[in-house]
Design a protein around this ligand. Structure first.
Ligand SMILES: [Zn+2]
Length: 533
């Protein structure tokens, strides 16, 4: 086991009507406003969740590192990055000064020569899947995604199975952490020619073109031309389809078909105790990075994703019955508009290359601190680690040293604040202000000595086109939370809630105890008794 004490909250009486299958869906990079923006065009899964489920319209990550690794670890464990131990997609090991990928694990091996050395070894908390299996080892936990870090971190420490997609081969793959060989049904899926059968020659628009014109022009300044083209139709080439489908809605269709194959072949939802199926859908992220949230491509992707989710929900309902499952949908983060799109109506959008903007500042600070010394030293390195000992020798105590760094960095317009370690290690309070969001993101053993907050609408990227996420601002942190299922009353609530609240809510719905020291709390709107007729 992983040596972390678990303190379970007192369990409520098991409910005979509790769901037999919990489906936890993360849409990678789904902004909350996508639900309202194209509401009139949704006829499938988004419509069903919005009409029949509890909708939280003011849900937020409530922490600063709005990236995929922390996003899925937080959703899966109900703990902020500060406690889950996943502060970013990657971090710098403070001793070796080497980059660590959030799900790397040198002791894990590929299976069938695919899947890589990957596992949840770096995750420091248990997740919903672990709580379900602790309550009854007969419960099954399966996780699927196009992305390895999403499948792995959403599923907790010890799921039965986790699968992710190889864009090289077009296969669903895993690592030796989970199993030594792929189940026969996965081998069959991989050999089924799914891509040849289901992906056409080009991604074209599903609805008449008049629907998309309200979004603006198809061609936007700042869009990338991933796949060789930034306008419809997006033509695929036979040799590259396996990777190109990720920047189209077809990658999610593949993962959803695979997810339903898991329901059937792993007999999910058929036992006495609840099972968990985690699904992370990645194409919205790839499309958002390439074309931005205001593009025809994002509009079209959401329309097709709505239909794909609807078909999947129908399949689950037909297989299990309408009162046997609960579905929660949320996201790991949002995304910033293309800076060039913002600048059509404002001048706020900027591209900031972190290396180009920070390194000259670090260089000049090192020069200033080295004044009078025989040779120039590195007082602040390129990652943001500080040499306190050298500062002390130069006559600066640790506090004065940090303040001098802060003063030097915030001289630049694009940097609004600099948080040193002593501020970040303080226990966060209830406030949703920036410093507390940075504190909830800070895992001290995997964090630099200073964290930099860039200005709102400053896109921190080395790319000249496309957009990204990762900031503390609401365009990156405002995410959807929708939960529907047997015994859940439909309703829309504007109370501020957080992604950490999703898994304790699902655990409570299923009558599963969960550790009392997690950050999330069950959402009462989901758990209210239905009115008596
Ligand atoms: Zn993501």
């Amino acid at each position: 086991m992983f040596g972390i004490a678990i303190f379970f909250q007192a369990c409520t009486e098991p409910n005979p009507d509790r769901p037999r299958l919990i489906i936890l869906i993360s849409i990678d990079q789904m902004r909350a406003d996508y639900l309202d923006r194209y509401r009139a065009e949704y006829t499938g899964g988004f419509k069903e969740l919005s009409s029949n489920g509890v909708v939280f319209s003011n849900a937020d990550l409530n922490y600063a590192s709005s990236e995929t690794g922390p996003g899925h670890a937080t959703l899966g464990t109900g703990s902020y990055p500060r406690n889950s131990g996943i502060p970013g997609n990657e971090w710098i090991d403070p001793t070796a000064r080497k980059t660590v990928y959030c799900v790397e694990d040198s002791s894990a091996r590929p299976v069938n020569a695919e899947g890589g050395s990957l596992s949840p070894r770096n995750l420091r908390r248990t997740g919903l899947g672990d709580w379900i299996k602790a309550a009854d080892p007969r419960s099954k936990v399966v996780s699927v995604s196009a992305k390895d870090r999403a499948a792995i971190l959403l599923a907790g420490k010890n799921p039965d199975k986790a699968f992710w997609y190889s864009s090289r081969s077009g296969h669903m793959v895993t690592s030796s952490y989970y199993m030594s060989r792929l189940p026969r049904w996965v081998q069959k899926f991989n050999a089924s020619g799914w891509i040849q059968k289901n992906v056409p020659g080009a991604w074209t628009k599903l609805l008449p073109s008049s629907h998309y014109e309200a979004t603006g022009p198809d061609e936007l300044v700042g869009e990338s031309d991933r796949g060789g083209n930034s306008s419809f139709p997006h033509v695929f080439t036979e040799e590259e389809k396996a990777s190109q489908l990720l920047t189209s809605p077809y990658g999610d269709e593949l993962v959803l078909d695979f997810a339903f194959a898991a329901v059937t072949n792993e007999q999910l939802g058929r036992g006495i105790s609840p099972d968990l199926l985690c699904i992370s859908l990645s194409c919205t992220d790839y499309i958002g990075h390439s074309y931005g949230p205001d593009s025809h491509e994002m509009h079209e992707n959401l329309v097709r994703l709505d239909r794909s989710l609807g078909r999947f929900f129908d399949q689950v309902r037909n297989a299990l019955g309408h009162d046997r499952y609960v579905i929660a949908l949320s996201a790991d983060h949002g995304v910033m508009p293309l800076p060039e799109f913002m600048n059509i109506t404002s001048s706020l959008g900027k591209r900031i290359n972190p290396r180009e903007s920070l390194q000259p500042l670090f260089d000049s600070l090192n020069k200033v601190f080295s004044r009078g010394a025989r040779e120039q030293k590195v007082f602040v390195d390129r990652y943001g680690f500080l040499d306190y000992q050298s500062a002390m020798k130069a006559g600066l105590d640790s506090n004065s040293f940090e303040q001098a760094i802060r003063k030097g960095l915030t001289r630049v317009d694009e940097i609004v604040e600099v948080y040193p370690r002593r501020i970040l290690v303080v226990q966060p309070d209830e406030n949703a202000d920036y410093v507390n969001k940075f504190r909830r993101s800070y895992f001290s053993a995997r964090g630099e000595d200073v964290q930099v907050q860039f200005c709102e609408y400053c896109l921190v990227t080395s790319h000249k086109v496309g957009t990204s996420h990762g900031s503390v601002y609401s365009y990156d942190t405002h995410i959807p939370i929708l939960i529907m299922g047997a015994g859940v009353n439909a309703g829309v609530y504007s109370r501020r809630v957080h992604s950490v609240d999703v898994v304790p809510t699902l655990a409570r719905l299923a009558g599963i105890p969960f550790p009392e020291d997690i950050d999330g709390v069950p959402l009462k709107e989901v758990l209210e008794e239905p009115p008596v007729n």
